[in-house]
Design a binder for this molecule. Sequence first.
Ligand SMILES: NC(=O)c1ccc[n+]([C@@H]2O[C@H](COP(=O)([O-])OP(=O)(O)OC[C@H]3O[C@@H](n4cnc5c(N)ncnc54)[C@H](OP(=O)(O)O)[C@@H]3O)[C@@H](O)[C@H]2O)c1
Length: 331
Amino acid sequence: MRAILVGFGFIGRNLVKSIRDKLAVIKSFHPQFKLVGISDVEGFLFDEEGLDLERASSISKITEYFEKIHEGSSIELIERSEADVLIEATPTNVVDGQPGLSHIEKALNLGMHVVTSNKGPLVIAFKRLMDLAKRKGVELKYEATVAGAIPIFSLVRDCLRGNHVRKIYGILNGTTNYILSRMHFDDVSFEVALREAQERGIAERDPTYDVEGIDAACKVVILANAILGKDAKINDVKREGIKRVSREAVRLARKAGYAIKLVAVVGDRLEVGPRLVALNHPICVHGTLNAVHLETDLAGEITVVGPGAGEETVSAIINDLLSLPMSGGYR
Ligand SMILES: NC(=O)c1ccc[n+]([C@@H]2O[C@H](COP(=O)([O-])OP(=O)(O)OC[C@H]3O[C@@H](n4cnc5c(N)ncnc54)[C@H](OP(=O)(O)O)[C@@H]3O)[C@@H](O)[C@H]2O)c1
């Protein structure tokens, strides 16, 4: 299996390190596995014999790998590589899904499997992309797009076969959960908690996506389409962020045995907003943790908790890679 990685930021760099560390395991699933290309905005690396994983793990920009990189675009890498799988890890864009949408469409059209951590293309065109993958006889996998390392899609697909999932709700954004947890436990204001989250690298310099609930709404769309079989778009999600959550409200909630959490709901209604969650409810997790609660007909209620972002997200990408069929793909 020949893999290419498009996007060499936080996730891309951590993924390359994990591929290096887990190469023996990966080869036990895909004996011929090679990472043959990596691209970023400046160009791409390509070696059909496989890149040197030790060297690729030690660099922070692809220009540090070779003296000279290929100056073409990610699309050129996808076309030229004849890879079996594209790993897409460019920034999420919920306006038009680009550049990831074009990368994924190009790869699927060429008969490559795709593993993505990028939510944007799925938020914009979930059904179209899944249909395209099906038509081309390849897989499009996206475990890392929702709740980081928590294996929510694999859990439903592989371990809850025969179940009807009625409703999903939970905490799907680690940044806002961190802010609300600081407000809950340390009685600080939203502004102070946000500033601290930014200083610690938990919140972006522009925190709009997280604090306005847009990131969580994207995950609602993907869950609704992938698990409940809907054809939802981001505007179908009723959304409210956490900016207006006051210290006073958090204090009152705590006294009454609750925490205020940014809760995402995927059911008859799709919504994201601050809700009171009983302190003893299984989704009442704190810090940057995420929690996903499923209501099913056979298995009853199930909650999974874990890291919703960060380097642990690579676990979901690796599992997607290892669950691809050995044959198929480009060659
Ligand atoms: N970080 C997490 O914990 C996490 C968890 C789950 C999912 N995700 C998702 O995974 C994706 C990657 O996240 P990240 O944290 O690694 O983001 P990141 O650090 O911003 O990395 C994205 C990289 O892609 C590069 N890029 C932009 N356009 C490109 C193009 N056309 N071709 C190739 N590379 C391009 C960016 O370069 P420039 O910076 O120069 O533009 C950047 O280096 C995002 O969609 C994110 O939402 C992240």
